[in-house]
Design a protein around this ligand. Structure first.
Ligand code: AGP
Length: 615
């Protein structure tokens, strides 16, 4: 949530800041700003709305831009105060000497604000961030040293933050600090960078220092110093960044979302690689650090996640309970943290998160870690906060996902959960379902090719998307292992088209939602051959009897039942167990084409952010 970039070197800072912010736009995009240092002056430029508005402002300030080789920038997702130009970062102290950008939330900002007002500070904005600008400036007044001022100030701040500050009396440095919000320092030749996420700097350097909580850093053109929480200078630990610059290009697709949907067959190949060798061999999962004895002693599994990752976890429940025969609870992290949860050393806790930075999930994981449970983290970011909390780190290696709506990361999470479920079963030496598991492994191996054949011809989905794009409401129904697919399909449609879509277990329709049905409420039903096929079909009849338009997503339909549906989307033949991985691609595409047809901002839907770093 929100994005930070900083640059110090010989190049035109504004170009690097804008390029960095454009790669962070997926984290927030309601306003943006930069502060440019030049000959002991700092100029701040901000704009409300998308980054393009800031670019337009800077076009009129080229003289200043040409002179500045040091600067900081920010793209905002509003938490405190409306998304206005005044509330946009950077924020400055009253004498305009110090300027700073911030990610996170300062919890005690009211208290600090009152104290600062007593010292004469005048506040311009409604943000918590401005408090930090005044506080660091106040501390600077006592020390005349930006590093010391930052060190003193962060001791008084409660909450989460990544700060990046410059001071006109110390024009050759950027001072940074962090707690519970990511911040990296990109290491270059005669230049250095600061960023809240890798995409902002990957085209300039592949080397970085990950700042840890409570550390403060001083970044200069040819020098980087990191200080621990006690103020001691510590050695720099430079790491190689895991992404290629090409991963953040659209590669000819109109939107990142479409590109990412089409990458899913390769994503499945990646996740399976080295782990599923053949249907007759056991799954290899070296990342799972549970001994066989520990696995045999697991009495329960708790899956904690949010949004799309939560839906992947719900599919995981079906397969873990079926194959590993361990009871599984799945819960949104935001609910998990506000009750007395029961977990012990025989509980396996699985945290799922694409970003690894979702605040609710981090808090939940930290909470349960105290109960000595084994923590497995399924994430796309091995460099994330959550990854660092893992006892077993299970990377999904989906490659960077830029579109705010998660697609390929969901697919990778699903496949990781299938592998984990079978791995637990094999290590418990459970014989039941052995044949079914061999078939499932065979299907997993075939899945990438089947996804490719599904993605080769999407004309039907496009046609149906156009036909239904004017409806204001949708209901998605399914049962069994595809119930989470209905929830995820509805979430995708809501997120990017702003059409009201709700997912229900098909059996629940008649317990209330059926009251909503008429010719203006299309029902999308997922029905795969398997134990719930006939039941979903009956639920479709119930909907049809209320004049609802019916769209079926299925791998099979008997000729006699075809007329029940207004439209049918056929998927390649697949078992019920494997079908969530096929069905979801149809639903992602349907949401995509509806949003695209309606001219929505597919990759950056309103009010959302790619990583939700506030609780
Ligand atoms: C997915 O399309 C959403 N943008 C959102 O629900 C997301 O899945 C959720 O915020 C969790 O994020 P995470 O996987 O990074 O933890």
């Amino acid at each position: 949530m929100c994005g930070i970039i900083g640059y110090i070197g010989d190049k035109k800072a504004s170009d690097i800041l804008i390029s960095g912010l454009s790669h962070l736009e997926y984290r927030g995009y309601d306003s943006s700003g930069v502060a440019l240092m030049h000959s002991n002056n700092i100029d701040v430029y901000k704009a409300q709305g998308k980054l393009i508005n800031l670019i337009e402002v800077l076009k009129t300030k080229q003289e200043i831009c040409e002179k500045s080789n040091i600067g900081i920038g920010h793209i905002r997702w509003a938490t405190h105060g409306l998304p206005t130009t005044t509330n946009a970062h950077p924020h400055t102290c009253n004498c305009k000497s110090l300027t700073l950008v911030h990610n996170g939330i300062i919890e005690n900002y009211q208290e600090l604000k009152e104290e600062l007002i007593k010292t004469g500070c005048i506040f311009q904005s409604q943000t918590d961030t401005e408090v930090a600008a005044h506080l660091i400036a106040y501390e600077y007044g006592k020390t005349n040293n930006l590093l010391k001022a930052m060190q003193n100030a962060v001791k008084k701040i409660k909450g989460a933050f990544a700060f990046c500050a410059i001071h006109k009396n110390e024009p050759n440095k950027i001072v940074v600090a962090k707690r519970n919000a990511p911040l990296i320092i990109g290491v270059g030749e005669n230049e250095n960078f600061v960023a809240s996420d890798i995409p902002a700097i990957i085209e300039y350097t592949k080397k970085a220092i990950y700042l840890s909580d409570y550390q403060v850093g001083v970044v200069q053109k040819n020098n980087i110093e990191i200080y621990d929480d006690l103020g001691n200078l510590i050695p720099n630990k430079v790491e190689y960044l895991p992404f290629e610059a090409v991963a953040i290009s659209k590669m000819g697709y109109k939107h990142f979302m479409l590109k990412e949907i089409h990458e899913q067959s390769d994503v499945v190949r990646n996740v399976l690689s080295g782990k599923l060798i053949s249907p007759l061999e056991n799954i290899k999962l070296d990342e799972c650090k549970l001994s066989q004895e520990k696995i045999k002693n697991i009495t329960r599994v708790q899956i904690i996640a949010c949004g799309t990752s939560l839906h992947a976890g719900m599919v995981g429940k079906y397969i873990i309970e079926k194959f590993a025969q361990i009871p599984v609870d799945v819960e949104p992290s935001s609910e998990y943290i506000y009750r007395d949860t029961i977990a012990d050393e025989n509980t396996l806790v699985i945290g799922i998160s694409q970003s690894g930075e979702t605040a609710d999930t981090i808090t939940a994981i930290k909470q349960v870690k105290e109960q000595n449970s084994h923590i497995a983290i399924i994430t796309n970011r091995t460099d994330s906060t959550m990854a660092r909390l893992a006892d077993s780190l299970l990377p999904i290696s989906a490659g960077i996902e830029v579109s705010v709506a998660a697609t390929k990361s969901y697919m990778a999470q699903l496949i990781s959960l299938y592998l984990l479920a079978i791995y637990l079963m094999e290590n418990k030496n459970i014989q039941a379902h052995k044949e079914e598991v061999i078939n499932l492994k065979q299907e997993l191996i075939q899945l990438p090719n089947k996804l490719e054949s599904l993605l080769e011809n999407t004309d039907d989905i496009r046609r149906i998307a156009k036909k239904y794009s004017s409806y204001k409401d949708f209901i998605f129904i399914a049962r069994g292992i595809n119930f989470p697919s209905a929830l995820e399909g509805a979430l995708k449609l809501k997120e990017i088209s702003y059409i009201n879509a709700t997912g229900y277990g098909a059996g629940e329709l008649k317990h209330g939602p059926i009251a909503m049905l008429d010719e203006n409420m299309p029902v999308l039903a997922i029905l795969n051959t398997g134990i719930v096929y006939d039941k979903v079909l009956s639920n479709c009849e119930e909907a049809r009897a209320r004049q609802a338009k019916l769209i079926g997503v299925t791998n099979y339909i008997a000729p006699k039942d075809k007329d029940l549906f207004d439209d049918l989307i056929m998927i390649p033949s697949v078992s019920d167990l494997m079908s969530p991985a096929m069905n979801i691609v149809v639903l992602q595409l349907l949401a995509y084409y509806i949003a695209e047809y309606l001219g929505k901002d597919v990759d950056q839907p309103r009010n959302l952010a790619k990583s939700v770093t506030v609780e």
